[in-house]
Design a protein around this ligand. Structure first.
Ligand SMILES: [Zn+2]
Length: 91
């Protein structure tokens, strides 16, 4: 199965994209709160930013692992999947 019509790829990628935009949004709110010395907001936002960051990392890894296992065959000939074998090069 190709990755672009794999429902699991789509699902994991959407979760990752959503987690990323949530994380970026919360992080910029926290930066603003920090600049304004807004302690209640900093206290409220800090754990949320951490949770959103953890969710983002989780889905990035889940997506990477899914591609590396479910699409192992084409991962070797594509730019992502982490198992690309190079014919030449110093390493
Ligand atoms: Zn897939």
């Amino acid at each position: 199965m190709r990755r672009d019509d794999c429902p699991e790829c789509l699902r994991l990628w959407r979760e990752y994209a959503d987690a990323t935009s949530t994380h970026i949004g919360l992080d910029s709110k926290l930066r603003l709160a920090t600049l304004e010395w807004d302690l209640p907001s900093i206290e409220l936002l800090t754990p949320e930013v951490e949770a959103a960051g953890a969710r983002r990392t989780f889905y990035r890894e889940a997506f990477r692992k899914h591609v590396a296992t479910a699409h192992k065959a084409d991962a070797e000939t594509n730019e992502y999947g982490g198992d690309i074998r190079k014919e030449d090069g110093p390493n």
